[in-house]
Design a protein around this ligand. Structure first.
Ligand code: ZN
Ligand code: ZN
Length: 275
């Protein structure tokens, strides 16, 4: 074997600890940070809780243990991606880049992933696939920040497959992807994923009625998916649910009901001076 044809074992040996640590770090830091915010700002969080029901200790234990398992499969996928890069099948680079190209590439990856997630998620909800793949995630009827990676093995693999598949397509199209754009996407994905499972609405009152931001998903949007099951399959944006008629019919009302109490509580103190 020549130096240009590295064995997969060499790639694994070189990167395994760093890759596993990086994937675990992202999940642990983001979920723990959200949990800490909810704990520290309890008064604010209690006013914005989406469900009356609370997750049990058993829910937290299941979510954390299965998320660590997911991290392992994400790590394996990252190693496979690095191996495919070494083999010249997937291409991305860490050379100099223009900030505008970086922004476009990161945004494109997010928009494409939103579509991938919506349709993959619809697929996992079919009778043929649900039990073996997605039932585990829906054991969390009341999501917590730790639900973010609470997947079965098959769902973890399907979720993780996006990055190598996306880079395979861009490589075939001859688009030199910037490594930093992939890193921005990866961090964006876990932050938005944890926000979607926070159990507490984070976006300010008026969000769903604002034409400039109303198309960006809120925590209430994904929380309704966990509590009502047949609606709100989208991840970052409301586009696909609205185009396909799968948005929960009471989404906006539920958001307003969750977001308004904080305003009423502040109005009591300030005499109503807040917008
Ligand atoms: Zn689902
Ligand atoms: Zn979820």
């Amino acid at each position: 074997m020549s130096a240009s044809e590295p064995a997969i074992m060499e790639v694994i040996a070189d990167h395994i600890m760093r890759v596993m640590y990086f994937d675990l770090f992202r999940y642990a830091v983001t979920a723990a940070a959200m949990f800490a915010v909810i704990f520290i700002f309890k008064g604010w969080a209690d006013l914005r809780r989406i469900q009356q029901r609370r997750a049990s200790k058993g829910d937290y234990a299941r979510e954390i243990t299965s998320s660590v398992r997911t991290v392992f499969f994400f790590g394996i996928t990252t190693l496979a991606t690095l191996f495919l890069r070494e083999a010249g099948i997937i291409r991305f680079h860490f050379d100099s880049f223009s900030p505008a190209v970086l922004a476009v590439q990161a945004a494109a990856m997010i928009v494409v992933h939103d579509a991938y997630f919506y349709w993959m998620h619809r697929g996992l909800h079919t009778r043929a696939l649900y039990q073996a793949t997605h039932l585990h995630h829906h054991k969390s009827r009341t999501p917590t920040p730790f639900t973010a990676y609470s997947f079965s093995v098959w769902e973890a693999i399907t979720e993780a497959a996006f990055v190598p598949l996306f880079l395979l397509v861009t490589s075939l199209l001859g688009i030199p992807y910037i490594g930093m754009a992939i890193l921005i996407f990866i961090w964006f994905q876990i932050i938005r994923n944890v926000m979607g499972h926070a159990g507490v609405e984070i976006m300010p009152a008026g969000w769903v009625d604002n034409k400039w931001v109303g198309w960006i998903n809120t925590t209430t949007h994904h929380d309704l998916h966990h509590s009502t099951f047949n609606y709100n399959f989208g991840l970052y944006f409301t586009w696909w649910d609205r185009w396909m008629g799968t948005e929960h019919p009471q989404y906006k009302e539920r958001f307003r009901a969750v977001a308004q109490p904080l305003r009423r509580a502040r109005d009591k103190v300030t005499g109503g001076g807040f917008a």
